[in-house]
Design a protein around this ligand. Structure first.
Ligand code: NOJ
Ligand code: CA
Length: 703
C-alpha cells in the first residue's frame, strides 16, 4: 500500500484554494483518474482513457439540509492508495469466475466551517472504468442528516450520441431512443412511448441511468451506479449547451433526497469506458462494486425457465379478476365469477402439462388471489392479503398436480403500489408459499405508491425492495420484481433476487404501441448493465393476438429465440400460449434447450441501436448458445466459431430468419438447419429487418 499524506489539519481560517495540493491520481490499464481541488476549493475528478478525455474536471459534493454540507470549499486532509486483485464465483451468472482488479484512491476531506465534519470520497479505478462513492465516517459532527442534493457532475467533452429514456421518478418503462446530448427531450419521448399515464420528472432535460454514450471518435461510455442501497436512484440532468451531466436524486414524497446516519455511504457512481462496444457489455465493474452475498446458504437458489398464465391476460383473452366487480355478489355475499378468469385450476393444469412435456421447470400463475376486482386505479391500500385464493384456484390440488409432474409453481404478488400493506403481509405470505411448495415469487408495484406517494425509485422504495429480498431469502424464496427500481448489481449481495423488470419488456407489445426493433439492441447497453431483466421473450404469434389488430411484436420469430441469449437472465419466461408453441414445436426446441446459467460469455459483435451477437457456454457442460439480433435493418453477421473447444465436433442447430422474413411483412418465416462444425468453422448469418438468429452447439461424439 502506498500512502500519500498531502495535507494535515489545515486551519479553518486558510483559503483551501491557496493551499490546493497537486492532483491525486490512480490508474489501471488505459484508465486514468485525476482528483483535485478547483480554484474555488471544491473537489473535482476527471477520467481519461489513454490520451482521450472521458470526463473533464467535474464537481463532487453533497449538500445537506441545514448545512454546512460538502457543497462549498473543502480541505484536503489526506489520501491513500491500495491495489486489489481478486477472483470470485457468482452463485449464478454469465461467467463462472469474475476478476475484481482495481486501484483504490481514498480522499479525505474536511468542512472548514465546521472542522470536525468529514467526508471521504473513495474511487476504484478498473481497466474498464471508474467507480466512486461518498463515505460519511463516524463523527460527532454528523449524526442523523438529510441530503438535499448531490452535486456530482460528469462533464463530457463533446456532444456525444446518447441512448436514453426520460428520467421518471416512478417508471423506467419507456422505449430507448437516441440523440445527441444537445437534443435530449424527455417530454417528447414520454409522449412518443407511453400510452399509460405515469408521473414524470418535471424536467425534459433529465434522463435515467444507465445512460449509454458514444463519442464521434468511437469511445463508448456508460454512466450508471452500483449497490444502490438506502439511497435514491440517480438520474442525470443534461445541460444541452455544455454537455455537462449533473446528478439528480429521485426525491421522497416531500422533496427530500436521503435520510442518512453516519457512518454511511452513497451508492457507487460508475463510468465504464472502452473503444469497443463489446467491452461495455462484458464489463463486470458494476457487479464488482457490490458486496458479496449476505445469505447464509445459496444452494437452494435455482435459475429456471417458466411458462405462465400471463400472456393470455396481457392480450385480453382472459382476466386476472374473478368477478366483474367487487360488488358483483350473490345472495350469500360471495363474488359471482365471470367466464373470463384465467387462473382456474383446469387452465393452470394445462400449463403444467405443457411445462412437463417440454422440460420447462416452472409455471407462473397471475390472478390467483382475491383482490383483483379492485386492484387498479382507486388507490385502496388493503386490496390483497396474498394468502386467499379465488374459489376456482384450488391451491392444494394445483400443488399436488405440479408435484406429480415434476413442475415448480411460481407465485405472483401484485401489491398495486401498496408497499406498506405488502410489508405487513409478506412474512405470512412467504410462509403460505412454503406450505404449498412455491419457491419463487414475482412481485409487482403497478401505479402510485400509496398511501404517502413515495416514488418507485426513491430511497424509501429502494429500501423496501431490499426488505423484500431479505424476507424472501429467510423463507428460501427467489424473487423477480416488476416495477422495481432498476438494478445496480445488488443480486451479488442478494443472489435470491434473480431478476427485475424495471424496463420496457415484451409485454408492451400486448397493450401499447410496443417496442421498436432497435429497443432490444439498446437494452443490454442500458437497462441490463445493472442486472438481469425479466423481459419475457418467446412470443411466437407475432400479430393478430390482441383485440386491437394494430398490435404486433416488432421482431421476427427467430429474433424472439435470439433474445434468450442476448437478454441475460437466470429467470426466463417462455411467454406465449401453449397452443402458439404447439404450432411451432420445432422452433420451441431452442427455448427448451437454452440454459439460464452459464460458465462463459463472449460478446462477438455489438453496436448500440444496431446489432448484437452474443455466445455463451452452458453451466457445467460443453454446449454453446448463440443469439444474434438486428434493429429494423437487414444485416449479415459473420461469426468465427473459434470459441468452441479445439478438436471437438459440434452439431450446430441454426434457427434463422426464413425466406422473405421481415418483422412487418412476414415475421413468422424461419428455417432450421443443422450442420457439423468445429472451432475452425465460420458461419454467415443473414438477419432480416427486425430479425435474428439463434444457434445451439452440442458436441457430437468422436467416432
Ligand atoms: C405489470 C407487470 O409487468 C406484468 O407482468 C403483470 O402481469 C401486471 N403488472 C399485473 O400485475
Ligand atoms: Ca411492468
Amino acid at each position: 500500500m502506498r500512502k500519500f499524506l498531502l495535507a494535515l489539519l489545515l486551519g479553518a481560517g486558510y483559503s483551501a484554494a491557496a493551499l490546493a495540493p497537486r492532483p491525486l491520481t490512480a490508474c489501471q490499464g488505459k484508465v486514468k483518474l485525476t482528483v483535485a481541488l478547483n480554484p474555488a476549493g471544491q473537489p473535482t475528478y476527471a477520467v481519461a482513457y489513454g490520451v482521450r478525455l472521458v470526463v473533464n474536471a467535474s464537481r463532487l459534493g453533497i449538500a445537506l439540509q441545514g448545512g454546512p454540507g460538502f457543497d462549498g470549499p473543502l480541505v484536503l486532509a489526506g489520501s491513500e492508495v491500495k491495489d486489489v486483485d481478486e477472483t470470485w464465483q457468482p452463485v449464478w451468472g454469465e461467467v463462472k469466475n469474475i476478476r475484481n482488479h482495481y486501484q483504490q484512491l481514498t480522499v479525505h476531506l474536511r468542512q472548514p466551517q465546521m472542522p470536525g465534519r468529514r467526508l471521504d470520497v473513495v474511487f476504484r479505478v478498473f481497466a474498464d472504468g471508474v467507480g466512486f462513492r461518498y463515505e460519511f465516517p463516524r463523527q460527532l459532527a454528523l449524526g442523523n442528516f438529510v441530503v438535499s442534493d448531490e452535486l456530482t457532475e460528469f462533464a463530457l467533452p463533446a456532444d456525444h450520441q446518447a441512448f436514453w429514456i426520460p428520467g421518471d421518478y416512478d417508471t423506467n418503462e419507456y422505449y430507448y431512443t437516441h440523440s445527441r446530448l444537445s437534443a435530449v427531450d424527455g417530454t417528447a419521448q414520454v409522449k412518443a412511448s407511453t400510452e399509460i399515464a405515469v408521473r414524470v420528472a418535471p424536467d425534459a432535460q433529465v434522463v435515467a441511468t444507465p445512460l449509454m454514450l458514444k463519442s464521434a471518435d468511437g469511445l463508448y461510455i456508460n454512466i450508471h451506479e452500483a449497490a444502490q442501497l438506502d439511497y435514491p436512484a440517480m438520474q442525470l440532468h443534461v445541460d444541452r449547451a455544455s454537455y455537462r451531466l449533473t446528478a439528480r436524486l429521485v426525491p421522497d414524497a416531500v422533496g427530500s433526497k436521503a435520510f442518512l446516519h453516519a457512518p454511511s455511504h452513497t451508492p457507487w457512481r460508475t463510468i465504464i469506458v472502452s473503444d469497443k462496444a463489446t467491452d461495455i457489455l462484458a464489463s463486470k465493474l458494476i457487479i464488482n462494486l457490490n458486496e458479496p452475498s449476505k445469505l447464509a446458504s445459496t444452494d437452494w437458489i435455482k435459475p429456471m425457465k417458466f411458462v405462465g398464465v400471463w400472456w393470455e391476460m396481457q392480450i385480453g383473452r382472459t382476466d386476472w379478476k374473478y368477478a366483474a366487480s367487487a360488488d358483483t355478489l350473490d345472495a350469500k355475499g360471495q363474488l359471482i365469477p365471470t367466464s373470463r378468469h384465467g387462473a382456474t385450476t383446469a387452465n393452470v393444469k394445462r400449463y403444467i402439462d405443457f411445462a412437463a412435456q417440454h422440460h420447462i421447470a416452472g409455471v407462473l400463475v397471475e390472478g390467483w388471489n382475491v383482490g383483483w376486482e379492485d386492484w387498479f386505479g382507486n388507490w385502496k391500500e388493503n386490496v390483497f392479503d396474498f394468502v386467499t385464493p379465488y374459489p376456482d384456484f384450488r391451491v392444494a390440488e394445483v400443488t399436488q398436480y405440479a408435484k406429480s409432474k415434476g413442475v415448480q409453481m411460481l407465485m405472483h404478488h401484485e401489491t398495486s403500489g401498496s408497499a406498506t400493506n405488502y410489508e405487513q403481509h409478506f412474512d405470512t405470505a412467504y410462509q403460505f408459499m412454503n406450505k404449498y411448495g412455491y419457491h419463487s415469487v414475482k412481485t409487482g408495484y403497478v401505479g402510485r405508491i400509496i398511501p404517502r406517494g413515495e416514488h418507485h425509485d426513491g430511497q424509501w422504495m429502494s429500501n423496501h425492495f431490499v426488505r423484500v429480498a431479505e424476507m424472501a431469502a429467510k423463507h428460501h424464496v427467489t424473487v423477480d420484481m416488476h416495477e422495481a427500481v432498476r438494478p445496480t448489481g445488488l443480486s451479488r449481495t442478494y443472489p435470491n433476487w434473480l431478476a427485475s423488470e424495471a424496463g420496457r419488456g415484451n409485454e408492451y407489445n400486448a397493450f401499447s404501441i410496443g417496442n421498436p426493433p432497435e429497443h432490444e439492441t439498446i437494452m443490454p447497453f442500458t437497462r441490463l448493465m445493472g442486472g438481469p431483466m425479466d423481459y419475457t421473450p418467446g412470443i411466437f404469434k407475432l400479430q393478430g393476438y390482441a383485440t386491437n389488430p394494430a398490435r404486433r411484436v416488432q421482431t421476427t420469430l427467430a429474433k424472439q429465440l435470439a433474445l434468450y441469449v442476448t437478454m441475460y437472465s437466470p429467470l426466463q419466461m417462455a411467454a406465449d400460449l401453449p397452443e402458439n408453441y404447439a404450432a411451432h414445436l420445432d422452433a420451441f426446441q431452442f427455448i427448451e434447450d437454452v440454459p439460464v446459467d452459464w460458465d462463459d460469455t463472449r460478446i462477438l459483435a455489438a453496436e448500440p441501436g444496431d446489432y448484437l451477437t452474443t455466445v455463451r457456454r452452458a453451466k457445467g457442460r460443453d454446449e454453446w448458445y448463440l443469439g444474434s439480433i438486428t434493429d429494423e435493418q437487414a444485416r449479415t453477421q459473420s461469426v468465427k466459431l473459434d470459441f468452441l473447444t479445439p478438436g471437438q465436433r459440434y452439431e450446430a442447430a441454426i434457427y434463422a430468419d426464413g425466406k422473405g422474413a421481415d418483422w412487418q411483412k412476414n415475421p413468422a418465416s424461419y428455417q432450421i438447419t443443422r450442420q457439423v462444425v468445429t472451432s475452425k468453422s465460420a458461419l454467415t448469418l443473414k438477419l432480416a429487418p427486425g430479425g435474428g438468429a439463434a444457434i445451439s452447439f452440442k458436441p457430437v461424439s468422436k467416432q
